[in-house]
Write a protein that binds this ligand. Structure first.
Ligand code: IMP
Length: 190
């Protein structure tokens, strides 16, 4: 069965194609002719992943799923959350985002945080959501060069290195997105 993953990110697409094996033909947005950025104007991760999935289902008439992720920092009341990509501005600058977050946490002893991914699946007439969470803490400074986003300042619980100091495989095994994808894959594989 053909299913669209509502993303332009080729790394995410490759990862999911591997996970879903040959029972599903996973295609990205480019492959269904959707070259535009889908508006993400929701105020929660749940809303944004739903908006993206519904956009694709309505405009392109295909079964699909969409994800949305945010870093939720306890001492900041869940910030940056749904605004993770553009925390320090519309340029979506990872370095500036991390700098701002570390500044806001200066002097705070509670460094607890979690990454959360929500996936919305639209399959024929059903709509379902899956969630993946990884708890951890925010470092005092950047460490490591792997990954992307906030990886250099996030240490997952039970580890003493940041996501940016882990291999992609090690990160994917325990990550928010990996866990949400696993839940989706288990459902799709029945
Ligand atoms: P998206 O919903 O996957 O586009 O993620 C939104 C933003 O959250 C990204 O632009 C990153 O800043 C951050 N983010 C998402 N996933 C990760 C991750 O695995 N590591 C670090 N930051 C992430």
């Amino acid at each position: 069965m053909k299913i669209c993953f509502a993303t332009h990110n080729l790394n995410k697409l490759r990862e999911v194609k591997q996970m879903l094996g040959d029972r599903y033909t996973v295609v990205g947005l480019n492959e269904i002719g959707c070259v535009d950025e889908i508006p993400e104007d929701g105020v929660t991760l749940d809303e944004n992943s739903k908006i993206k999935a519904q956009f694709v289902a309505e405009h392109f008439g295909v079964n699909c799923f969409a994800d949305d992720t945010g870093l939720e920092v306890e001492a900041l009341g869940g910030e940056p959350g749904v605004y993770s990509a553009r925390y320090a501005g519309e340029e979506k600058d990872n370095q500036a985002n991390m700098k701002l977050l570390l500044e806001k946490l200066k002097g705070k002893t509670n460094r607890q945080a979690r990454f959360r991914t929500v996936i919305t699946l639209i399959l024929d007439d059903i709509e379902l959501q899956f969630e993946g969470v990884v708890k951890g803490s925010i470092t005092q400074e950047l460490k490591g060069t792997e990954g992307f986003g906030y990886d250099p300042i996030f240490v997952p619980e039970g580890h003493d290195v940041t996501f940016a100091e882990m291999s992609a495989e090690a990160k994917n095994r325990i990550s928010h997105r990996g866990r949400a994808m696993q839940a989706l894959v288990s459902f799709l594989q029945g």
